[in-house]
Design a protein around this ligand. Structure first.
Ligand code: 7TS
Length: 419
């Protein structure tokens, strides 16, 4: 089919066979308060396809065993599956080696690992760390803790009222003392896609390392850590249609080699005497104790699932869906979008005249529609826009335009209730 003559929104709505995709997600078949579930809280956590659920079930039924230590068949099978998932992650983000893929609990633990292992040994009093005004708390608090521990100073890139980073201000913050820059790829509270290529380049020009919080990006766009040239990249499995309690922090091998372990325990050692320990090689040096084996294997299955659909297709489809939702929301009088960046992904944060976001959430729930309301663990964003909370609808590739329409109808109903 020659797509050149077809309107872009028709192309984007037909990129994916969404009905077939939805059939893979058993949870989406249920009713809430007698209405079909409309799940629009994907930025908090995404639903799991049958392929992931079956992989977890199969692991526990067929080859549950501890890894890296057993000579028996089950342990070898579990180890193979666990390390196989590491290779899947490596390809998924195009890392140059499996040594650069560290399994952690999630984005939060990934950032804390870098703050404590890299930051605590490298930073000293007066050094500067730069984050942005739109960060999730998990990309703020670990740096505040590090500053308290080392005497380093935290600087913040401000944003404009559209929810875009002010790059001229970032340029001004960079200097000889900048050691580390840590920014979100996509804001969970606003949906802004940040110009991270530029941010990474500018950071490197000042010899600072750059960490990217990819929690909201990994489910929505293809990530290539080598092309980005970021030093660290963290994301969570549960937002990527995988299990909770598992995530990844990527780090450049040259940096990870020189970093001390984050935690001590089994599996991260080569040899222990009561006087001294010889640490294991990468990536095991950073994976102390029995890891979330099922989680890692399930994450591998989730990566297979999204890779089969294709991240480019997902991004194009969701782009169309987000544009459709933004345009539909503009037809709801009294609704104000929070976050109107030109480059925006899958998230619609909003407030409504005279209705508290929590009331919106409650009424929508009665209609079977799940959204999140609150500060979204990004209180500085709320402060910027002088609101205590927003209502937030966040989309995944299994969401349809009909669901956006249902959301808008339910918002009109909210207005009726509070008239
Ligand atoms: N960074 C961003 C940008 C996030 O959106 C989140 C979670 C995290 C870090 C932390 O991820 P975790 O998996 O370690 O918890 N964001 C959300 C949210 O928007 N609603 O619930 C969790």
């Amino acid at each position: 089919m020659n797509s050149k003559n077809i309107a872009p929104d028709i192309i984007s709505s037909s990129i994916l066979d969404v009905d077939a995709i939805r059939a893979d997600f058993p949870i989406l078949r249920q009713k809430i308060h007698g209405k079909p579930l409309v799940y629009l809280d994907n930025a908090a956590t995404a639903q799991k396809p049958e392929q992931v659920i079956k992989t977890l079930d199969n692991y526990y039924r067929e080859y549950n065993a501890n890894i890296h230590r057993g000579i028996h068949t089950l342990s070898q099978k579990a180890t193979e599956a666990y390390e196989g998932a590491r290779v899947k992650v490596q390809h998924f983000i195009n890392a140059s080696s499996i040594k650069e893929i560290i399994f952690v609990r999630g984005t939060t633990e990934g950032i804390n690992l870098v703050a404590q292992s890299y930051g605590r040994t490298r930073l000293k009093r007066g050094d500067e760390i730069i984050i942005s005004e739109m960060e999730h708390h998990s990309n703020i608090v670990p740096w505040q803790l590090l500053c308290e521990q080392t005497g380093a100073v935290l600087k913040v890139i401000p944003m404009n009222d559209a929810g875009e980073l002010i790059m001229e201000e970032f340029e001004k913050l960079l200097g000889k003392k900048t050691r580390l820059v840590s920014v979100g790829h996509i804001s969970n509270a606003l949906g802004t896609i940040n110009p991270i290529e530029k941010i990474i380049k500018m950071s490197h020009a000042y010899n600072a390392v750059a960490l990217i919080d990819g929690a909201q990006a990994a489910p929505h766009m293809a990530i290539d850590v080598q092309a980005l040239d970021c030093d660290f990249y963290a994301f969570s499995g549960h937002k990527l249609f995988g299990p909770t309690g598992i995530g990844v922090v990527y780090g450049k091998q040259s940096l990870l080699e020189d970093m001390p372990p984050y935690q001590g325990g089994g599996d991260m050692i080569k040899m222990v005497t009561l006087e001294k320990t010889l640490f294991n090689d990468l990536p095991y040096k950073f994976e102390a104790g029995t890891p979330h084996i099922a989680g890692v294997i399930g994450l591998g299955a989730a990566i297979d699932y999204v890779s089969d659909i294709g991240l480019e297709n997902i991004a194009a489809y969701e782009h169309g869906l987000t544009d459709y939702a933004i345009s539909a929301a503009s037809g709801v009088t009294g609704l104000k979008l929070i976050g109107t960046a030109r480059d925006k992904a899958s998230i619609l944060s909003f407030i409504m005249d005279g209705i508290h976001p929590h009331d919106i959430g409650t009424i929508l729930d009665q209609e079977g529609i799940a959204i999140r309301t609150g500060h979204h663990c990004a209180m500085p964003v709320m402060e910027h826009f002088h609101v205590p909370a927003t209502a937030r609808a966040s989309f995944a590739f299994y969401n349809k335009r009909e669901e956006v329409d249902q959301l808008m109808t339910a918002l009109e109903k909210c207005k009726e209730v509070f008239k």
